[in-house]
Design a binder for this molecule. Structure first.
Ligand SMILES: [Fe+2]
Length: 193
């Protein structure tokens, strides 16, 4: 199983100011913005490889905080996001394998914009206790890194700096489907770092 791939973009652009929007909550903040927030250059570059994005999310992890282990949906697909991290050099994104016999349990939320299970519950993500996992991979996310957001993961900011992450779910231009990690990794192979 592949969990991440560092990507080298063919242009220099500093997105770090974008990540520091001050309307994020003080804690483990999350906010969604329109695709054009990041600018045309990134949109055009991904389009060359058949990829587009409809929205982006911003995450803020304060110093010495950990974003607990979770998956970004209620099932365990391998869907791809392109993440840009600023600040907190040395912080890590970690992936985990579930121990045999552990069943994933959705976290129910009243946020209608999030995911909906086949039984009709709305879920934001799936929370997983550390005791149910073993570590599978770890990296320091770059600017950017392609990441597998469907497998259990956490973020550890073990530094004294704030950590800002721009996170972009990737879709295929051809048929609008959400891209799996392996598929996006292949489509972007010319940009592998
Ligand atoms: Fe996540």
């Amino acid at each position: 199983m592949k969990y991440f791939r560092h990507i080298k973009l063919p242009f220099e652009h500093d997105f770090s100011e974008l990540a520091k929007w001050d309307d994020l909550p003080d804690n483990l903040g999350y906010s969604v913005r329109d695709a054009d927030f990041l600018g045309q250059q990134l949109i055009d570059t991904l389009a060359q490889y058949g990829i587009y994005f409809a929205h982006i999310a911003l995450f803020h992890t304060p110093p010495r905080k950990m974003l607990p282990i979770h998956t970004d949906t209620y099932i365990l697909p391998n869907f791809a996001k392109l993440n840009f991290v600023y600040g907190a050099k040395g912080s890590s994104m970690n992936w985990y394998k579930l121990k045999p016999g552990y069943e994933v349990v959705p976290v129910v939320t009243d946020d209608q914009k999030r995911y909906r299970t086949p039984t009709g519950s709305n879920v934001a993500y799936v929370s997983i206790p550390g005791s149910a996992c073993t570590i599978a991979a770890r990296t320091s996310v770059g600017t950017p890194t392609l990441i597998n957001a469907g497998q259990p993961h956490s973020v550890l900011n073990n530094t004294d700096e704030h950590r800002w992450c721009i996170s972009i779910p990737l879709r295929a231009i051809s048929d609008d489907r959400k891209l799996e990690f392996a598929e996006a990794d292949e489509m972007l192979k010319d940009l592998h770092a």
